[in-house]
Design a protein around this ligand. Structure first.
Ligand code: UDP
Length: 486
């Protein structure tokens, strides 16, 4: 097909309604927009409000760039058997109620309701491609019917995608006697060991759903990956060779956010004054502060929070600790040891709610990151050149931990051993928290680790700069999809 030089590429983005998926999708839309591509983000009424402010900030700062549109799909929660207003994973994960697992799957299944709306939109708008979330496997078929190429966005990196693939092919988890017995993931480069309790239970509804995800991926046009080649070259090669038809890595996407306001608005929910937070960090010495956050979903019970508090206090380190507290009975502030706030005054900051994470990670006073290994957080930590304490909780986070501790060797594990369904299933002791924090912040012993992660941070910046691997992949993608149309 010949290429019309006047045709402007139009990419549609369709993220799953969870912060960990919406945030990188918006980063992606901004990145495409900065390349002169028209971007449309599909979402629901309540989620559109989350996107609007950061899009306005982006528009004000880049008046000459292509606009990012929002297209709203109806999502009638009550009709779908969900509570009124339940349009985002945040709705049911911000409380630690025992039914949250059930709602989570009902919520996920309900998104099939978008099918007809998507078909109509693709037919009437005819975008050049649809970058739809992994959680919408049915979108491959819809896009195919409308002759629109569908790309999958998993939101995770190559390493876990490859590990997952090898597990699906070989099923080594079925050959071990106990759920805590380690085994090597067959075929995956690096002799990576894992246990059955560190992966999604293969009998669960989720595991079955992930089979659909895999099938839809094989039928889709390809995969967009938020990673950069130099971070996980062996796994990027493996993925392209064995797992997906095509893949383009265009990350780290968080680097798209350049100014203070843009970074502060990223996924923002009213919580803390980011200038106050930065002022506090300004008063601290270089690399002296540990930042502790478990992402946008995890919500620990009091008995775990008490251990974290005690571990932080004993470590002697300065810290910023983001506490996403459960509501309901567990809501009383019994999670702080007696007199804790008084004793750590000046050296500890607790953020109850949402933190301006990228701003904190990039601050020179921040010297380490305790993370649940959500892929966005992990990549943001890498981009900021921070050694990590890894504390995976669920999803693909144990794979991500292995990447950090065994492949990149830029972090230490706190010692979490299994997926936790209920956030009190495995309590990590204060001693383990203290030890890991000390180890990561220590200078002499940790110097090589720090050198390695600083190098990776440099590579991350180079990847998205002109001529870098992600920069080139993005250009190749745009070029290829522009030439589909006459
Ligand atoms: N995040 C943030 N402030 C918070 C908590 C999370 O800015 O207080 C952002 C974080 O920077 C990341 C995303 O939310 O971009 C969380 O995604 P991740 O993949 O790390 O974990 P998830 O929330 O999906 O478990």
């Amino acid at each position: 097909m010949s290429r019309n030089p006047h045709h402007k590429l139009h990419v549609m983005f369709f993220p799953y309604m969870a912060y960990g998926h919406m945030i990188p999708t918006l980063d992606m839309a901004k990145l495409f927009s900065s390349k002169g591509v028209k971007s449309t983000i599909i979402t629901t009424p309540l989620n559109s409000k989350i996107f609007q402010k950061p899009i306005d900030v982006f528009k004000n700062q880049n008046p000459s760039l292509e606009i990012i549109d929002i297209h709203i799909f109806e999502f009638p929660c009550v009709q779908l058997g969900l509570p009124e207003g339940c349009e985002n994973v945040d709705f049911f994960t911000s409380s630690n109620n025992p039914g949250r697992e059930n709602i989570a799957f009902r919520f996920l299944s309900s998104t099939r309701f978008f099918k007809d709306q998507l078909e109509k939109l693709l037919e009437t708008t005819r975008p050049d491609c649809l970058i739809a979330d992994m959680f919408f496997p049915w979108s491959t078929q819809v896009a195919e019917k409308c002759h629109v190429p569908r790309l999958v966005f998993h939101g995770t990196g190559y390493f876990s995608l490859c590990a997952n693939y090898c597990m699906k092919v070989h099923k080594p988890q079925n050959k071990v006697a106990s759920s805590s017995e380690p085994f090597v993931i067959p075929d995956l480069p690096g002799d990576i060991e894992i246990t059955r309790e560190q992966i999604i239970n293969s009998e669960s509804e989720m595991a079955k759903f992930l089979l659909d995800v895999r099938e839809s991926e094989t039928k889709s046009t390809g995969v967009i990956v938020n990673s950069f080649y130099e971070l996980e070259p062996e796994y990027a090669d493996f993925f392209k060779r064995f797992v997906a038809k095509r893949a383009w890595q265009i990350g780290p996407l968080s680097i798209t956010n350049r100014g203070f306001e843009e970074k502060a608005e990223r996924g923002k929910k009213a919580s803390v004054d980011e200038s106050e937070c930065i002022k506090w960090l300004d008063s601290k010495e270089k690399d002296s502060v540990i930042y502790i956050s478990f992402g946008s979903v995890a919500c620990f019970k009091n008995k775990q929070l008490v251990e974290i508090a005690a571990g932080l206090e004993a470590s002697g380190a300065s810290f910023i600790w983001v506490v996403r507290k459960s509501t309901g009975d567990d809501d009383k502030e019994e999670w702080l040891p007696e007199g804790f706030e008084e004793r750590v005054k000046g050296r500890g900051m607790i953020i109850r709610g949402w933190a301006p994470q990228v701003l904190i990670l990039e601050h020179q006073a921040t010297g380490g990151f305790v993370t649940h290994c959500g892929w966005n957080s992990l990549l943001e930590g890498v981009s900021a050149g921070l050694p990590m304490v890894t504390w995976p909780i669920g999803a693909e986070q144990f794979y991500n931990e292995k990447l950090v501790t065994q492949v990149l060797r830029t972090g230490v594990s706190v010692g979490a051993t299994k997926h936790v369904k209920n956030m009190g299933d495995e309590i990590i002791s204060r001693e383990k928290v203290e030890k890991a924090v000390r180890e990561v912040l220590a200078w002499e012993e940790a110097e090589e680790r720090r050198i390695r992660i600083k190098k990776l941070a440099e590579m991350a910046k180079a990847a998205v700069a002109e001529g870098g691997s992600s920069f080139n992949d993005l250009n190749n993608f745009i070029h290829e999809f522009s030439s589909f149309r006459e």
